[in-house]
Design a protein around this ligand. Structure first.
Ligand SMILES: [Fe+2]
Length: 327
């Protein structure tokens, strides 16, 4: 069993509030403009009313349909009881003579204010997994609002049970204002940035980009600036991208593994596992679970939470443990 004392974490760029430097000035300006538009701070009474009816009509229709076909209880169960999925990926012969592996805990799409109880279920499962490090691929909260301190506290059951380094990126539901709160809780946020994790001689590059779905402020070249000279020295190059839409750019940039969420695995799937919707413009093969594109291994998590409706069909909420083997 690895001891924490033997693990070494090197952060290649300092965390802090200087967002323009961290994510790029243009991307910062674009993000803040879009956040203002989506935050609903000044929606007006008419727009609020339309939003309320649209949301509730949608929720009512789906619940009624599932009740009619006798599936509502099953869909609630899949949404409220996360499963632990193990995903094994092999990169043979990267480290000669040392049979070694690392374990990466992957959480995504927590939407925790929509279903706060999920934090306790998840914490229970995470406690026994003993990952080397954890990643959270965005959508910590629901809606497009600036969460207050109380909302942030909903994440505490999960973050308090993680004794390993935790790396996070922002999703399309997340405001930049979350970053200081998450970093105060020990999550190293990567805003078009890279960090290095080192353990037992294994060097892992962890690059995190901003949301490519709504904000489109992702920038792989900017994220790699600080490590460009060292690329050959990593045993694993990992990209965190909220939506899997960046898979072609990731492969071109030379990443080995890409972890994503955003799609909720389709959330509603046929019994065969085929998602009814993809929540974005990309091929179905990247929508859920493990996939491969040329030399790039990828995994798109079902996610832990959901937005509206809080239901899942043939697509249970998940916590993922990636076992990366190097020999
Ligand atoms: Fe999400």
């Amino acid at each position: 069993m690895k001891t924490k004392a033997r693990q070494r974490l090197i952060i290649s760029s300092a965390s802090g509030p200087d967002f323009s430097k961290r994510m790029g000035l243009e991307h910062l300006q674009d993000r803040l403009t879009i956040e203002e538009r989506f935050s609903g701070r000044h929606p007006g009474f008419k727009r609020l009313l339309i939003r309320f009816f649209r949301k509730n009509f949608f929720r009512f229709s789906i619940h009624s349909f599932l009740a009619l076909i006798g599936k509502r209880a099953q869909c609630r169960q899949e949404q409220s009881t996360p499963i632990t999925r193990i995903n094994a990926v092999e990169f043979p012969d990267r480290i000669k003579g040392t049979p070694e592996s690392i374990r990466i805990l992957h959480l995504s799409d927590l939407h925790i204010d929509a279903s706060p109880a999920l934090a306790f279920y998840a914490a229970d499962r995470i406690r026994n997994l003993q990952p080397d490090f954890a990643v959270i691929t965005g959508d910590y909260f629901n809606g497009y609002k600036v969460p207050d301190a109380k909302i942030h506290e909903l994440l505490d059951p999960i973050l308090e049970c993680l004794s390993c380094p935790v790396f996070g990126i922002l999703g399309n539901h997340d405001s930049l204002s979350c970053v200081p709160h998450l970093e105060k809780r020990g999550v190293r946020m990567l805003l078009n940035e890279s960090a290095v994790f080192e353990s037992f001689g294994i060097r892992v590059l962890i690059t995190g980009i901003d949301d490519p779905h709504l904000f489109k402020t992702h920038d792989i070249p900017h994220a790699l600036q600080s490590v460009q000279q060292d690329m050959e020295r990593f045993h694993l190059k990992l990209l965190l991208s909220h939506a899997p839409s960046t898979f072609r750019e990731a492969e071109k940039a030379g990443f080995d593994l890409m972890l994503s969420g955003h799609t909720h695995g389709g959330q509603f799937c046929l019994p065969s596992g085929r998602p009814l919707a993809t929540n974005g413009k990309y091929p179905r093969f990247v929508v859920r679970g493990p996939w491969m594109y040329k030399s790039l291994y990828g995994y798109t998590s079902h996610g832990l939470g959901t937005g509206t409706p809080a239901l899942r069909m043939n697509c249970p909420a998940e916590i993922t443990l990636h076992e990366i083997r190097f020999s």
